[in-house]
Design a protein around this ligand. Structure first.
Ligand SMILES: [Ca+2]
Length: 471
């Protein structure tokens, strides 16, 4: 990983204040409070790498996601922090690799079982400390105790399900029995039997935006789609009826998801907040091939792997940021980016302090502004409960204890270690471990050093450093 570098500071509030002061005659008084932009982070659930029109899907209708990309910057090498729900979300919300965030694997969906440790600092806590109203709407899956539910992790307001998935109409945990009702507002169980959960999410989000339109807000809008159960709207099931099963079910659910993204964006537009609101979108992990997902339906496009796998199809996903009038629009970026990068990116764009200097993410602001800027990442690490791990440096990627949930064949040797050069073989078809033992050894050493560093306390100097916009 690169050492910390001084970051270019962009403070929208300061820039706007400067404009006011420069106006001849001082015709307007400066605003009473800092003009921090609002932030909305939209997470989709189990949306495959190629499962949006703007990511290459030819058979999907996704105008809202595509429209967000058209009004922002879309990454073509955006990585989730993990190939499965909880650690992916922990990485996103803390800016730390999931192992360091205390969530190397999925947390329990059972009431009373804790999840992400409370000493972890979330984006919500960071923005709340800067005066933002903070809201969680949708899926949580990061703990089911008062301390580890959203209100304990920096969210003023929370509405949604605490476990990994629900039936969208009964709001019961969707797993083997005994099934349990799972719908909570601010830690208190609430009941909306028969109401389609994604519609409840848009209603809740619209109300949150309306209530906080006059102050900076942060909304974490964690959609539970297209995660199973596939419960698409009838109009979309009709629309896709000629697609093969189970693609038809999945496609219809992706378009149902896209409609709710559109509903949220409409609420932002109706309040005239679009140019004051940074909107980030990403999927949490690759498409599912589980039995509850009918064995598939999603697509990783050219990539191997799916949910649970550290092949590209499990972690290389849709990821984009939009802030019309402030960031480039209709742009794509091929630089490597990572979900942990959102926290420092948001901090820089909002002109707020990182509360925790000791994070793994790097600000993407320079990359977002310039296609010529280098990726801030020299090395990326993944570590999943159960033993699978991966290291990427440049175009080389090494996976250990390999899982291929997309059904590909692996030799015993390939299951142990799989080396790819993504510039030559982005589909990770053939391991180059035999041909390039020196690369294998280099990447293994990076992995060893990283794992060893996780087990040692940080030097006091490092723990006191502030990365980011204080310098
Ligand atoms: Ca997921």
């Amino acid at each position: 990983m690169n050492t910390a570098k001084p970051m270019i500071v962009f403070r929208p509030a300061a820039v706007l204040l400067g404009w006011f002061l420069l106006l001849p005659g001082g015709i307007a008084a400066p605003p009473a409070q800092p003009l921090h932009p609002n932030v909305i982070v939209i997470v989709s659930d189990d949306q495959g790498a190629a499962d949006a029109g703007c990511y290459g899907a030819k058979d999907l209708t996704t105008p809202s996601i595509d429209g967000l990309a058209a009004r922002g910057v879309r990454f073509t090498q955006f990585y989730a922090a993990a190939p499965v729900c909880s650690p992916s979300r922990a990485g996103l919300l803390t800016g730390r690799y999931p192992l360091r965030a205390g969530v190397p694997g999925n947390v329990s969906s059972l009431p009373g079982v804790p999840g992400m440790p409370t000493e972890q600092v979330t984006i919500a806590e960071m923005l709340k400390a800067a005066g933002y109203a903070t809201g969680h709407i949708g899926k949580w899956h990061l703990g089911f105790t008062p301390d580890t539910m959203p209100n304990g992790q920096g969210f003023d307001y929370s509405f949604g399900h605490m476990g990994g998935c629900i039936d969208n109409f009964s709001h019961f945990f969707y797993w083997e029995g005994p099934n349990r009702h799972d719908l909570y507002r601010n830690g208190r169980e609430v009941y909306y039997p028969g109401r389609f959960f994604p519609d409840l999410m848009v209603e809740e989000a619209s109300r949150f935006l309306q209530q906080h339109r006059g102050q900076p807000f942060f909304l974490y809008f964690a959609l539970n789609m297209p995660h199973y159960p596939y419960q698409a709207e009838p109009k979309w099931l009709e629309h896709y009826r000629k697609l093969p099963y189970p693609r038809n079910l999945y496609a219809a659910f992706v378009s149902t998801l896209d409609d709710r993204v559109g509903g949220l964006l409409k609420a932002v537009d109706d309040l005239g907040l679009r140019e004051r609101t940074i909107i980030i979108f990403q999927s949490d992990n690759g498409h599912s091939t589980e039995v509850r997902a009918h064995g598939g339906g999603g697509s990783a496009g050219p990539y191997r792997g799916a949910k649970f796998s550290l092949f590209e199809g499990g972690i290389r996903l849709p990821g984009m940021i939009s802030w019309p009038g402030h960031l480039p629009e209709g742009a794509t970026r091929g630089q490597i980016a990572h979900a942990c990068d959102w926290m420092p990116t948001i901090a820089e764009l909002c002109g707020v302090k990182l509360l925790n200097a000791n994070i793994d993410g790097k600000s993407l602001v320079r990359v977002i502004r310039s296609a010529a800027a280098p990726t801030p990442h020299d090395v990326l690490q993944w570590h999943v409960s159960g033993g699978q791990w991966a290291v990427r440096q440049g175009d080389w990627k090494l996976i250990g204890n390999v899982v291929d949930s997309s059904g590909g064949l692996l030799s015993a040797e390939e299951k142990k270690l799989f080396l790819s050069n993504l510039a030559i073989d982005p589909s990770e078809n053939h391991s180059l471990a035999r041909e390039h033992p020196e690369v294998v050894e280099r990447l293994r050493e990076l992995r060893r050093r990283w794992i060893n560093a996780q087990n040692k306390p940080l030097p006091a100097r490092l723990s006191q450093d502030r990365l980011g916009n204080e310098k």
